[in-house]
Design a protein around this ligand. Structure first.
Ligand SMILES: NC(=O)c1ccc[n+]([C@@H]2O[C@H](COP(=O)([O-])OP(=O)(O)OC[C@H]3O[C@@H](n4cnc5c(N)ncnc54)[C@H](O)[C@@H]3O)[C@@H](O)[C@H]2O)c1
Ligand SMILES: [Zn+2]
Length: 345
């Protein structure tokens, strides 16, 4: 079940005018980057109330304090008061940054999230985590705050570059693997281009929301969302500084294959399940050339989810469910990386 503030529309994007008039906002601004301004704004512009626009540069490298300063400056120049509204039209970078700016401007003004990438629709739009990168630390400064509402429209995906779409698809696959065997079978029977995005977005958002509603502070259950992210994050972080930089979802794809192998080694999934996961994930994402063990292991050792020197993972327990805080040895991780390296596409 979805909460009232998350609206998934399959048709053209429109805001609920009833909601807007009932709130009587003094001013409205739409925050976009240069891509969402050209590709997404035209789909929505006529359905918006009278508004100002704020444009910031696109990309993770701009998810920082300088960009926040520009947004706060613009809101100040426009004399936005505490009863104004910020509408954020963009991917996860803009959602995290814009939501953070809105939540802190004059101690917090309302904001609406309109996520425009698959990743932000199925993942970043749920859970209220907002923030920016600081120095070399990702998502280092931030707050928890829910938007007044979130509007998810799959039409925006039509202009999204394929590699970005694929990156978001990794989170969709992850959600199926840890929550719904039937959906996994449906998804893995089709190529990415043939997927029914409306159905998958609804499935992912409902699932993520149900997990967060049960465990908002990540004390237990919410940790299952980290499946694929222990090894995946390490690969992503390691390659961040290199010319072979890969997208988040591409790294999570590596994480899902390697961590599934660990689950298989621990007797949590069957050989046939491991084979299915590996075959489909490699078909969609191809293979990443992995760094050597001694380069990757220290990065895995730094993972935020570890406790007292042991590496803890969320692993599938049969396709369609998952368990968390599973202690994993260095040997098991190295074995899983060797397994990944030895696979043929
Ligand atoms: N808050 C959370 O819970 C959460 C969860 C997951 C990820 N994130 C964050 O999300 C960010 C990544 O988000 P992302 O993958 O959406 O990347 P992104 O926001 O950088 O968007 C990717 C690119 O696509 C462009 N774009 C966006 N929508 C488009 C569209 N419809 N058509 C054409 N181009 C479009 C953007 O301008 C950008 O160049 C990271 O900073 C990550 O930390 C947050
Ligand atoms: Zn992720």
């Amino acid at each position: 079940m979805l909460p009232k503030h998350i609206i998934i529309q399959s048709g053209p994007a429109h805001l609920q005018q009833g909601f807007l008039t009932s709130q009587k906002y003094t001013q409205v601004a739409v925050l976009m980057d240069e891509h969402t301004q050209s590709d997404c704004y035209p789909l929505l512009a006529t359905a918006l109330p009278i508004h100002q626009t704020i444009i910031v540069p696109a990309g993770e490298e701009f998810k920082n304090l300088d960009t926040c300063t520009k947004v706060w400056q613009k809101l100040t120049d426009l004399a936005f008061d505490r009863h104004s509204l910020l509408i954020i039209l963009g991917g996860g970078v803009l959602g995290d940054l814009g939501g953070f700016c809105a939540s802190t401007y004059k101690r917090g003004i309302d904001f609406i999230l309109i996520p425009t990438t698959l990743l932000s629709q199925v993942d970043a739009s749920v859970g209220g985590k907002l923030g920016i990168d600081f120095q070399h630390y990702k998502n280092h400064i931030g707050v928890f705050q829910e938007p007044v509402y979130t509007l998810i429209v799959s039409d925006f995906l039509k202009t999204l570059p394929e590699r970005e779409l694929r990156s978001g698809f990794a989170e969709v696959i992850k959600h199926c693997l840890i929550s719904d065997k039937e959906m996994w079978q449906k998804v893995s029977a089709k190529a990415m281009e043939k997927q029914s995005w409306d159905e998958l977005i609804r499935h992912s958002v409902s699932f993520k929301y149900s997990v967060i509603a049960k465990d908002p502070k990540e004390r237990g259950l919410r940790k299952i969302l980290n499946f694929g992210h222990t090894i995946g994050h390490a690969v992503e972080s390691y390659l961040l500084a290199s010319v072979d930089r890969i997208f988040h979802g591409e790294a999570i794809a590596v994480g899902m294959v390697t961590e599934s192998f660990i689950a298989y080694e621990k007797g949590l999934i069957a050989q046939s399940e491991l084979d299915q996961i590996t075959a489909y994930v490699l078909k969609v994402f191809g293979k990443v050339s992995l760094p050597a063990h001694d380069q990757l292991m220290p990065v895995i050792g730094q993972d935020k989810k570890n406790k007292g020197g042991s590496i803890l993972m969320a692993l599938p327990k049969g396709i369609g469910s998952a368990i968390w805080d599973i202690e994993t040895s260095e040997g098991e991780i190295k074995g899983s990386l060797d397994y990944y390296r030895s696979r043929q596409i």
